[in-house]
Write a protein that binds this ligand. Sequence first.
Ligand code: HEC
Length: 235
Amino acid sequence: MLLSLRSTRLFIFLTMALAVLACQHDSSEDTLLPSNPNNGGENTCDPNVVYFEQQILPILASSCAQPDCHDATDPESNVNLSNYASIMQEVTPGNPNTSDLWEVITDDDAEDRMPPVGENPLSDQQINLITQWINQGALNNSCSNSCNPSAFTFNTTIHPTLTNYCQGCHSGTNPDAGLTLINYEQIQTIAADGRLMHAINGTGGITQMPFQSNPLSDCQKQQIQSWVNAGSPNN
Ligand code: HEC
C-alpha cells in the first residue's frame, strides 16, 4: 500500500518533470518569440509571460491593422488595432469572455469571425497567445531577448522572426501579393532572388514590409541580411 502510494507519487513527479521539460524544449515555437541562443546578452523574456510588444502587437499588426481594415487611418467600424491604447478599447484585462477582441476571433459562426472569410485565419497558437495575454492582465509589456546581430541561423532566428512579422499577410488561401512565406523553400526563393531584402529595406520598388506600425529592429534587419549574405542556408 505504502509502496504503491510512493510509486504513484514518483510517477506523478516524473510525469510533471517530463511535461516541464517538454514545454521548455520548443518554447520559441510555442510562444512565437524569436530566440537567440548563444547571444551572451541578458534575456529578460520570461517564457511563461506573454508580451504585448513582441508577441501580440505583431499578430494584430499583420492580421488586423492593415489598410482598409483596422489601421489608424480609416479604421473599419471605428476599431483601430494598431496601438495599445486603442486595442484596449476592445479588451477587458483578465477576462477574455467579456473582451470584444477575443469574442470576434473565436466566434463559432464563421460569418462573424475575424479575420473575415477569405482572409488568412489566425492560427490556434496565435489565438492561444491572445487568450493568455488577456488572462495575464492584457499588460502593455515588453521584454528584451537581447538580439545579437551575429546570431542568424534559419531555425532559431530568421524563421521565428518572419513567422511573427510576415505570416499574417503572407499565408492562407489568399496571401498578399500571391506570396506565401511559411516554410524554408518559400523564404529561400525570395532570399535568393533579392525580394526579401528589398521588402525589408523598402527598395527595388517594393513597399517596406512589415508596415510602419510594426517595423523590424535594425538588429533583426542585420540578422536577415547576414543570413542572405551567407547564401540563405537551411541551418
Ligand atoms: C500587413 C500585411 C503585410 C505584412 C505584415 C507583410 N507584407 Fe509583404 N506584402 C503585403 C502586400 C499588400 C504586398 C503587395 C503590395 C506591395 O508590393 O506593395 C506585399 C508584397 C511583398 C513582397 C513583394 C512580392 C512581389 O513579388 O512583388 C515581398 C517580397 C514581401 N511582401 C515580403 C514580406 C516580408 C519578408 C514580410 C515580413 C518581414 C512581409 N512581406 C510582411 C503585405 C504584407
